[in-house]
Design a protein around this ligand. Sequence first.
Ligand code: GSH
Length: 198
Amino acid sequence: MSGMGWERMEWSRRKIELLIYQGPFCQRVLLTLEEKHLPYDMKLVDLSNKPDWFININPEGKVPVIKLDEKWVADSDVITKSLEEKYPDPPLTTPTEKATVGSKIFPAFVGFLKSKDPNDGKEQELLNELKSFNDYLKENGPFINGEQVSAADLALAPKLYHMQIALGHYKNWSLPESLPYVKSYMEVSLFLYLGSLN
Ligand SMILES: N[C@@H](CCC(=O)N[C@@H](CS)C(=O)NCC(=O)O)C(=O)O
């Protein structure tokens, strides 16, 4: 995929332009656009062979990037905040006290994924984080902010999905049966995600 000809493509003015590839940060932005019912036009960027037009848009060379008010904006944190400001309805902001729920799971997953020593406690660190998320959901779920999907779910759910695929592949690992609330959270989130691809 060289991206040849994309720069000549006529993008509809009505739609938000979006540059993405695979991965949880891109999925987070896609889910946010879907939840806000915003029309968008996405282009996949080949990250193994980044085209010049893409580097001109984002010299850092990372996706997602989105065009808002004629300006290209990078970074999923900045993008989702900007979308919330510009399109507040439906509101997706997670209450501050809940905004960091589950946020230690992804770093713990990366630690376990990279670990080469099965006895270094990295798997247990991940299990501890998942267990506390399971306990949280049991009390407060089904989503981080109760009945309502909010920004924190749209950031976390793609990371959990990514975790399951990567750890299944590289470590033959799967989510323990003892974490049923995390399991159903992932199922519901996957449903949201698949819905966004239609
Ligand atoms: N902090 C950024 C991270 C974005 C990021 O790491 N994107 C990855 C793909 S998921 C990327 O573009 N990697 C290409 C590279 O680093 O060369 C965000 O939240 O958007």
